[in-house]
Design a protein around this ligand. Structure first.
Ligand code: SF4
Length: 244
């Protein structure tokens, strides 16, 4: 089932009051998340690399495996790649991730003004910090946004697969827009200071209700304000008829 049930020609872009209405409805269902910025940008960066193509639990197991096995990020950087791979194996695609982590750490060592440390990013503007992070091997806008928002509370909003799918179905994003555009759109539409709330609540909604293959539109708190609800309900009814 595709993410978009709205055609490109029918898409008009979100009005601000619709964004507020969606935010308020999500707030009723999921509350306002509170997560203070922790300040450790390098840890957040490695955690985000480990989160690729796995669930939160396996990501955390891989992260703590890495921290237990090595006493410092310098040791991870200098270790044989096979040892790093072994330490993060539970997180999946460990061959790719171990090589990427080592490449990132080596690049930061060469380019960061503070050796293996990224706390200085907090003193940069958002575009400057994004530019530096996106210059690191394999780091894109989503990873950069996770680092800036979760570490420092800077104004950036990660658009992962769940946020992208739910936002597109709700008509917040242009159908089939590339990820770079999704990030710019998400930033434009997010009320200032509510970056974490909108990101996390759209993510939760994607996991719990607006499933990629079978969105639960009948049970969805956003159904009355979702332009895709009717299309999915019609498809679901047709599928049930074919199956009976
Ligand atoms: S009604 Fe809800 S579950 Fe259905 S597509 Fe819209 S947001 Fe997703």
């Amino acid at each position: 089932m595709s993410a978009a049930a709205i055609s490109k020609s029918a898409w008009a872009g979100p009005e601000r009051r619709r964004v507020y209405a969606i935010r308020d409805r999500l707030r009723l269902v999921y509350g306002i998340p509170v997560d203070r910025p922790h300040g450790d940008a390098l840890a957040e960066l490695i955690l985000t690399v480990l989160s690729q193509s796995t669930n939160d639990r396996n990501r955390d197991v891989a992260y703590f495996g890495l921290r237990e096995r090595f006493g410092s990020w310098e040791q991870v950087r200098d270790a044989p790649v096979g040892e790093v791979e072994l330490a993060i194996r539970r997180g999946g695609i460990s061959k790719v991730k171990s090589a990427r982590i080592k490449a990132i750490l080596a690049t930061i060592s060469e380019t960061s003004p503070a050796a293996l440390d990224l706390t200085w990013l907090a003193d940069r503007t958002v575009p400057q910090a994004q530019e530096y992070l996106c210059s690191l091997p394999g780091v894109g806008r989503k990873t950069a946004a996770c680092v800036l928002l979760f570490s420092f509370g800077m104004r950036d909003v990660p658009v992962d697969t769940h946020v992208s799918r739910v936002g597109t179905r709700l008509g917040l994003f242009r159908p089939a827009a590339p990820f770079e555009e999704l990030h710019d759109s998400m930033l434009d539409l997010t009320p200032r200071g509510q970056e974490l709330e909108l990101h996390l609540n759209l993510l939760r909604h994607g996991r719990r209700t607006c499933d990629a293959r079978r969105p639960q539109c009948d049970a969805c708190a956003l159904a009355r304000m979702c332009p895709s609800a009717r299309t999915f309900k019609v498809r679901s009814t047709a599928e049930s008829r074919r199956a009976s």
